[in-house]
Design a binder for this molecule. Structure first.
Ligand code: KG4
Ligand code: ZN
Length: 345
């Protein structure tokens, strides 16, 4: 076993995550989710998420330590998500990480959530290829990044100008009477439908940016469903789900492959909760193969928010001798992606 042993803490949204990583090896990944508490609201309620993080934090860390069979005193460093994310939720994790770092007298790495989504792939597929492009798609973010070095040089290439991809899934699911979060039920329903049944719009499809737009698609699905209901016709749920899903997967993979081409990059990493989507995975595989791009997608459990991804980035930073964050580092709900480690400037 080589490399530093790092405890990673994640609280940017509704998952309280504690992960333990040694070098590139995943030792434990403990997650407590408050998703059930948000379900009746159809989206994450920040105050509810913050309270749930407070209640779950210590038990989640203890569970990770027990799973890994290591003692807190053996940990070489603490990593925590500093942003982007929900301000109050981030604060809980950052305060907990500071307390652990201070009590153990170990370095603290307050890291960028998006860089952590990329670094987690090292736990499954080994050292990251450099350079790489990354497509990060979740309920909170939809970004295309150029990753020259996950430990220090991550550049924004494109992002959503309105809804995140996962948010569009959640809204369409609600419209179709499916539970929150909407990604898994829409994905399941789509398997029984024809993705070319309804020609839903693909936002920003032909422009030369690498930005996304999903709000027009969401509105088009709503109008289509409402029109059917208004004239008393049944809604073909599988066809709507599959056609919506096809539009999302089509635009995401098209822009990701175009971004790789434009930047001369032959490696693509996909992460975030929406990376669990079956059609996105299949279409990305197909299009990357055709373009000669090597595709890496972590298994679904590592794509959604977790502590292991934060620990994976922390272990990489420590191994490279990157300067840790000061103990007065602040959580930053809008932390720019170019800031892999917060509080250094
Ligand atoms: O990364 P994540 O766990 O949390 C953040 O939002 O940061 O992503 C959650 C999002 C939700 O919007 C959920 O609907 C979506 O990921 N999701 C999926 C699938 N599984 C989860 N979207 C499409 N297909 C899926 N299979
Ligand atoms: Zn995330």
């Amino acid at each position: 076993m080589t490399g530093p042993l790092v405890l990673g803490i994640e609280t940017s949204c509704d998952e309280t995550g504690a992960g333990l990583v040694r070098g590139h090896e995943l030792l434990a990944d403990s997650v407590a989710s408050s998703v059930a508490e948000h379900a009746r609201f159809g989206g994450v309620v920040p105050e509810v998420a913050s309270r749930a993080h407070l209640e779950a934090m210590v038990a989640t860390v203890d569970r990770a330590l027990a799973t890994a069979g290591v003692k807190l005193a053996e940990v070489d460093g603490i990593a925590v998500t500093a942003g982007p994310g929900l301000a109050g939720a981030l604060l809980v994790g950052v305060c907990a990480a500071k307390a652990y770092a201070l009590a153990l007298d170990k370095p603290l790495y307050a890291v960028n959530h998006l860089a952590a989504h990329i670094a987690v792939d090292q736990l499954e597929h080994g050292p990251l290829p450099r350079p790489a492009a990354a497509l990060l798609v979740s309920g909170g973010h939809s970004s295309l990044l150029l990753v020259r070095d996950v430990a220090g040089e991550v550049l924004p290439v494109g992002a959503t100008i309105d809804d995140a991809a996962g948010e569009a899934y959640d809204k369409v699911a609600r419209l179709l009477g499916m539970p929150f979060p909407g990604g898994p039920p829409v994905d399941a329903a789509a398997r029984g439908g024809d993705g070319s049944a309804i020609a839903f719009p693909r936002g920003k499809y032909r422009d030369d940016t690498f930005d996304f737009s999903f709000s027009g698609l969401k509105t088009a699905v709503a109008r289509w469903v409402e029109t059917r209901r208004a004239v008393g016709l049944p809604v073909p749920v599988a066809g709507v789900a599959a056609s919506f899903q096809e539009a999302v997967a089509d635009v995401l993979t098209r822009k990701a492959v175009n971004a790789c081409r434009a930047h001369g990059v032959m490696n693509l990493i996909i992460g975030g909760g929406v990376a669990a989507n079956s059609r996105l995975r299949a279409l990305a595989t197909e299009r990357c193969e055709a373009a000669g791009i090597a595709l890496r997608v972590p298994r679904p459990g590592l794509c959604t928010d977790n502590g292991a991804m934060v620990a994976a980035l922390g272990a990489e930073l420590m191994a490279r001798g990157v300067t840790p964050s000061p103990l007065d580092v602040a959580a930053d709900s809008a932390l720019p992606v170019t800031e892999v480690v917060a509080g250094l400037s």
